[in-house]
Design a binder for this molecule. Structure first.
Ligand code: NCD
Length: 306
């Protein structure tokens, strides 16, 4: 399947060839990420964000503007007529008639798929519920590819909330297209869900689960950290039990490979010490900056083709 007019709903819809095309395009877009490339002149992107966002929404908007297109949209339920009781379906129908592509974020799983069924224009899932955030995973995989010029053969540690973090699900789904070793590190309560474990088994992925970073640190090429997703916990008592249960500091990284890189989708709360920012390991700000060329590449491929 080519990229033209494609919806981006789940990381599972993309194979290795799609990703290589995307990464090569993003690499090209890096040249224009601070200037302009007027290839989407006259096109309008609508952002429908029913949940908070800084990076995802603003980097999609900046990417569209860099490509010469226009943006409109809203960043919260309160700012849309859904606050007056309008349905998601009607909201999407409107945006469909006002724009050429819709980027949606929602707290409910399946919202993006539902929007794509209603809309005639392509729909991009910018995060829905606890299970999908495909463009963040594309950005994460792209950052790894840019850092190492490959993904195959790497050992990737994922530390944090492996239960409620949608970025983790999408990232693991995307990484199943490559030959990687996964080290999944979390408190017992935040281990991956059964579905994700079944998925890794069905793809024959190499993975192991751990409670402490120190068990695997020395073999890692990448350490991907994700915050505890407090707002997605059904029970606040459960959150209190895991709160503050892991923290990456310059000291906890003693014994890491020299070439280790630490990634984080951001926002961070307290799981990555600010002192790490100035160490050779930190790559999370580069990662978020690469969101611009990666999303420029996505918009270009979907609206103009390869
Ligand atoms: C992530 C999300 O919204 O799921 N944020 C992002 O898009 N960079 C991760 C998170 O909120 O922890």
């Amino acid at each position: 399947m080519g990229w033209l007019n494609r919806d981006v709903i789940s990381a599972l819809d993309f194979n290795r060839e799609d990703l290589v095309t995307l990464f090569n395009e993003a690499r090209e877009m890096e040249k224009y990420a601070r200037s302009r490339l007027n290839i989407l002149e006259g096109k309008i992107m609508a952002t429908a964000f029913f949940e908070p966002s800084t990076r995802t929404r603003l980097s999609f908007e900046a990417a569209m503007i860099r490509l010469g297109g226009h943006v409109l949209g809203f960043g919260s339920v309160e700012a849309s007529s859904m606050a007056k009781g309008e349905s998601l379906g009607d909201t999407i129908r409107m945006l469909d008639s006002y724009s050429d592509i819709i980027v949606i974020r929602h707290s409910l799983e399946g919202a993006a798929k539902y929007a794509a069924e209603i809309a005639t224009v392509p729909v991009i899932n910018a995060g829905d519920g606890t299970q999908n955030h495909p463009t963040q995973a594309m950005l994460d995989a792209y950052t790894i590819w840019r850092e190492f010029e490959r993904i195959d053969g790497l050992t990737i540690g994922v530390l944090g909330d492996l239960r409620y973090a949608r970025v983790v699900v999408s990232l693991i789904q995307l990484l199943s297209n490559f030959n990687v070793k996964l080290r999944l590190i979390s408190p017992e309560l935040l281990r991956p869900r059964r579905e994700l474990i079944d998925f890794m088994n069905s793809r024959g992925m190499s993975y192991s689960m751990h409670s402490n970073l120190s068990e695997v640190l020395s073999e890692l090429d990448v350490l991907y950290v994700v915050r505890i997703q407090r707002e997605r916990f059904p029970d606040p008592v459960e959150y209190e039990r895991v709160r503050g249960s892991f923290r990456v500091t310059p000291e906890t990284l003693a014994g890491a490979r020299d070439t280790l890189i630490v990634l984080h989708p951001l926002p961070r709360v307290d799981e990555v010490d600010h002192r790490l920012d100035s160490t050779k390991y930190a790559r999370y700000f580069r990662q978020s900056a690469l969101g611009i060329p990666l999303r420029m590449a996505l918009l270009k491929l979907i609206l103009k083709g390869e």
